[in-house]
Ligand binder design. Sequence first.
Ligand code: OMP
Length: 230
Amino acid sequence: MDAPIKRLIAAIDTPDAARARELIGAVGPHCGLIKLGLEIFSALGPAAFEAPLPCPVFLDVKLHDIPNTVAGAVRALLPLRPAMLTIHAAGGGAMIEAARKAAGSADHRPLILAVTVLTSIDARDLAATGIADDPCAQVLRLAHLALASGADGLVCSADEIAVLRDEFGPAPILVVPGIRPAGSDVGDQARIATPQDAIARGASYIVVGRPITAAADPAAAAAAIAGSIT
Ligand SMILES: O=C(O)c1cc(=O)[nH]c(=O)n1[C@@H]1O[C@H](COP(=O)(O)O)[C@@H](O)[C@H]1O
């Protein structure tokens, strides 16, 4: 029998190589993927991939630039063999198409995930950027653009999962950050849900950072979250 898919992605958000190694060793066994993001990649660059990696890597650098530049960045990242790679859907259809094309067609190519509306943004923040629609409507608009332009999946909050599943069905990969186990600090996140709620609504994966990395025992925190969604 196939092992169940591990739907927990731990965000290893630290600029410190030794701390990252420690966290990856502790939480890796409980995760489907680990996420290396802007903090560690800005500090270490490709050397961030030199730690022993117990599971596939989601490289979250949220590319957002003109199509030619994004395509070049995607190609430059391919030797690191990330399993997933983020771009911003707001970069537009040509940029998304260029990223997807640059990812190539090898079996091990990275899945291109389009970030829709950041989970730290609420309706008021969105209005301040000139978008009068609520976050859900904007996520839906960007999701149509991203999927029509070749993205493999989307990054969204748990609030939009039901609408996206109604619109696009089970196929698109939905990666959902803004996850907060009951009682944990919300921090700078605005659109949040518990791990169990996000999975019940149809998330393919949940992304969890500080509730794991700031815990006294990150391995136990990751194990508890992973256990609560299987
Ligand atoms: O692309 C992401 O992973 C992402 C998109 C988004 O809309 N919101 C969001 O929080 N993230 C990332 O998910 C992680 C969430 O971390 P915590 O808030 O500490 O759980 C961070 O690494 C963010 O960079």
